[in-house]
Design a protein around this ligand. Structure first.
Ligand SMILES: N[C@@H](CCC(=O)N[C@@H](CS)C(=O)NCC(=O)O)C(=O)O
Length: 120
């Protein structure tokens, strides 16, 4: 029963998010190209219907960030990667690759703060 309620709520949040889109940040072409390049080193591990993941995807939209999303719910490979390398299957989780190092950042608010700090 709880699963059904979560599923319905998830769909409701995803649908509302589709209708009420935040305003998208606009950049110059050069600046956007630089940001797009930077985003290639990021991956968001997520569940499509998770409200905390919607929070992060919404923020990505607001900041006009093209970050690859990895479905850790249905894709066994991504799920296993998140567990093995991140330490737990909890979403959202942002994989950050920088100078040969990899960081796994959990918690939607912390992820949004990180994106703000780096891109806004
Ligand atoms: N406080 C966390 C909550 C994240 C959370 O509860 N995610 C759920 C999906 S909606 C999850 O990953 N559950 C799996 C688990 O905790 O094992 C955040 O804001 O990111």
């Amino acid at each position: 029963m709880l699963k059904i309620i979560r599923f319905i709520l998830g769909y409701l949040i995803v649908s509302l998010n589709g209708v009420f889109r935040p305003k998208k940040l606009r950049r110059s072409v050069d600046e956007q190209t630089r940001v797009d390049k930077d985003c290639e080193s990021l991956e968001l591990y997520q569940f499509y219907l998770c409200p905390f993941c919607v929070r992060v995807r919404r923020h990505m939209y607001r900041l006009n960030l093209t970050i690859v999303t990895r479905d850790a719910k249905r894709d066994e490979v991504h799920r296993a990667t998140l567990l093995k390398e991140g330490g737990r299957v909890k979403v959202p989780c942002l994989k950050i690759q920088k100078d040969g190092d990899v960081e796994w950042l959990y918690e939607s608010k912390a992820i949004n703060r990180y994106l703000d700090h780096r891109f806004s």
